[in-house]
Design a protein around this ligand. Structure first.
Ligand code: AHR
Length: 514
């Protein structure tokens, strides 16, 4: 553990084994407004995300369309504003017309992204209906792996045109009188990845994205388009991919995507919990590249970022499944407390970039690397459900530039890792504010303080914490509340000073109210 947290004045102060940290904010010093779309998520045709996840006809909570109500209830609890669909790697060889029309006529297909059989029992019309019931918006990805400009045009015609064209009339014939009116579209998925069906060079992809984007906007000029950035910051083409792709499709794109998953293969908590520093550096680099292209093009448009795949993903790697079977168990990571802490820190990092990250998707939503798990008999919340829930419920308004004076440590891959991640979000309309904080110290609690004299007359409404002695504790169907939030009653805001104790290895939500 490093003893020096920066300037001499704020060196680590030990006091009876308690680490101290100060949170510094000024309500006039803001980063930006939170776009609620950063609390988006993702449903791919993969494993049991669709089948047995959101759709399971005959299951005891399923409605007349086969949508599981127990899952819808949990998604509504999370207040997910937007859900990306239908992939992911899946989309790069997906023929959307396979998934519309009478079910008995739909073709089964070899699904080569995940080596399974896709029954096509569930398709885009079902997803659009489900999204309404789940109170969320659809973010639709088009196939730019094997797909063509025509496929994308036909798809947007089917989805967004009211009537009077072949595809809009086909939608009406299929029972969907109203257009789906999808506002946000991804131009392919991870096209930089050699694993992607129809993988492309930056030049090939950038040209295609530009042509498809221009044609789609000709059909519906109001749509927003997301161009593919790198599928992780460790890709060998990272940075040059972004620069070249944007050079070719800057005018058509409204967002550039980022994807990244985090792992703890070495079972090294200190290093794993520092991984949000990697996310922070990734976002900062992509912002710089976007602004470089903006300057080069003398453009007035500022490119926004869509971090549309992020999560912890490694627990399920290597678990065998039956190849060419229908919706087997795949990517079913069982998340522990440690994962929830990192997810909390990743959410704090996204918030700290609220000026440029205007959309993000926790990947994914149900069963597949997901906060929600299902069996035939029920649905339950994984540990990572909670930080996501708290951020979605309370992380709304304006993000304040939040500094922390706090001790730091070095880990295998990172130096000067602050023991505390914290961010404050002010919701002036609701006259409330929240501080999200993660104490990464797995040995000691942390005393925090903040000068909040600008918030005279405000009180601590509640301090919610997610913690426990066992970093590896998980929730299961048999024991669904082993890791769940509790209240910390000792945090105070008195005479303009906030004081409290963050337990070791804890996610904290300190809600303040006028
Ligand atoms: O979310 C799982 C997979 O991760 C997605 O299909 C792909 O886009 C990414 O590599």
């Amino acid at each position: 553990m490093k003893e020096d947290g920066g300037s001499a004045e704020f060196r680590r102060k030990m006091n009876g084994g308690v680490m101290k940290a100060e949170i510094i904010v000024d309500k006039n010093y803001i980063i930006g407004d939170v776009d609620r779309k950063i609390y988006g998520s993702f449903i791919e045709h993969l494993g049991r995300a669709v089948y047995e996840g959101i759709y399971q006809p005959g299951q005891k909570t399923a409605d007349e369309q086969g949508f599981r109500q127990d899952v819808i209830d949990l998604i509504r609890e999370l207040k997910v504003p937007i859900v990306r669909y239908p992939g992911g790697n899946f989309v790069s060889n997906y023929h959307w017309e396979d998934g519309i029309g009478p079910r008995e006529l739909r073709k089964k297909r070899m699904e080569i992204a995940w080596n399974v059989v896709e029954t096509n029992e569930f398709g885009l019309d079902e997803f659009a209906s489900w999204a309404k019931k789940a109170d969320t918006e659809v973010m639709m990805a088009v196939n730019l792996g094997t797909g063509t400009i025509s496929d994308a045009l036909n798809l947007i015609d089917y989805c967004n045109i009211e009537k009077g064209t072949y595809y809009s009339d086909l939608r009406i014939k299929n029972g969907y009188k109203e257009p789906h009116n999808i506002r946000t579209w991804c131009l392919g998925n991870e096209m930089d990845g050699p694993w992607q069906t129809g993988h492309k060079t930056a030049y090939e992809y950038g040209r295609l994205a530009s042509e498809v984007g221009r044609a789609m906007k000709a059909v519906d000029p109001e749509i927003k388009l997301v161009a593919c950035g790198s599928s992780s910051s460790s890709m060998p083409t990272f940075a040059s991919w972004e620069a070249e792709v944007l050079d070719l499709c800057y005018d058509e794109a409204d967002f550039l995507s980022l994807h990244q998953y985090y792992r703890n293969d070495d079972n090294d908590a200190a290093d794993f919990l520092a991984r949000n520093m990697e996310m922070d550096a990734f976002i900062a680099s992509v912002v710089s590249i976007c602004d470089y292209v903006k300057a080069k093009k003398r453009s007035k448009k500022t490119m926004m970022l869509s971090f549309d795949e992020w999560n912890v993903w490694y627990h399920s790697n290597g678990i065998p499944f039956d190849r060419w079977s229908e919706h087997p168990h795949q990517l079913e990571d069982i998340y522990n407390l440690e994962d929830a802490l990192l997810v909390g820190s990743l959410l704090i990092t996204l918030l700290k970039h609220a000026d440029r990250v205007k959309m993000a998707c926790l990947a994914q939503l149900v069963n597949v690397i997901a906060p929600i798990m299902t069996s035939d008999t029920g649905a339950w919340r994984q540990t990572i459900f909670y930080p996501f829930l708290h951020a979605s419920l309370y992380g709304n308004g304006t993000v304040l530039n939040t500094l922390s004076r706090v001790p730091v440590y070095d880990s295998k891959n990172f130096t000067d890792v602050p023991y505390l991640d914290a961010v404050m979000v002010l919701n002036e309309e609701q006259e409330e504010a929240v501080i999200f904080a993660v104490n990464k110290n797995t040995e000691e609690a942390m005393e925090i303080s903040a000068d909040l004299r600008q918030f005279a007359g405000w009180k601590v409404a509640e301090h919610i914490e997610l913690t426990g002695d066992d970093l590896k504790a998980v929730n299961t169907e048999a024991d669904p509340f082993r890791v769940c939030p509790e209240l910390n009653l000792n945090t105070k805001l008195e005479d303009g000073k906030l004081t409290g104790l963050l337990k070791k290895q804890s996610w904290n939500v300190i809600r303040l109210k006028k």
